[in-house]
Design a protein. Structure first.
Length: 187
């Protein structure tokens, strides 16, 4: 059931994105509001990733296509110290005719590295890595006359492969919300 829901959400995001691209082509081009930005990202403290604060960097490759890199750290409960990074490719679209407001959708990969105790063998802590495919959808607002952007998004993890020592399994999928504030530079 969860897999069907995840596929349905991903399919809808692709359809909405394609439809928005077709509509956006008839309007004035969105154009980027800045070239790059760096700042902080705050994740939902109740998400399964337990990484509440991190660094965020966004760089526009074209007027509407951006790369976003996030690096977070935290404590993963039974998994101890946890470090995660996410690399996303995003497409930005206008929201009506509101100056400075864009919505975006994209996809990428997340990699969490953490230590854990192998409960099947009761061995000491080991290091494990979890690569996960991520889809995202969100809103971003560039403040007028200030080099600051505010953004909020939802990220959905899909097909997370979790390698723990001598056994592998698909990790649970998760939905994570986050809020970012960044300092912008360039145009």
């Amino acid at each position: 059931m969860k897999k069907k829901l995840l596929l349905l959400i991903s399919g809808c995001a692709i359809i909405v994105s394609t439809h928005a691209q077709a509509q956006d082509a008839t309007h004035v081009p969105a154009g980027r509001l800045y070239k790059a930005a760096i700042g902080l990202q705050f994740n939902n403290p109740h998400s399964s990733v337990n990484q509440n604060l991190g660094l965020s960097f966004k760089y526009f490759l074209t007027n509407r296509t951006a790369l976003e890199l996030n690096a977070n750290g935290g404590y993963g409960g039974q998994y101890g110290a946890k470090i995660g990074s996410t690399l996303l490719l995003q497409r930005h679209f206008r929201v009506f005719d509101v100056t400075g407001l864009r919505w975006y959708a994209g996809a990428g990969i997340n990699l969490d590295v953490y230590n854990y105790t192998n409960t099947s063998t009761n061995q000491d802590k080991k290091i494990a890595a979890t690569p996960t495919l991520i889809s995202t959808i969100g809103l971003e607002y560039k403040l007028p006359r200030l080099p600051i952007t505010l953004s909020g998004d939802l990220k959905l993890g899909m097909l997370g492969l979790n390698g723990k020592g001598d056994y592998n399994y698909f990790d649970k999928n998760y939905l994570r919300s986050s809020f970012s504030i960044r300092y912008t530079f360039g145009k």
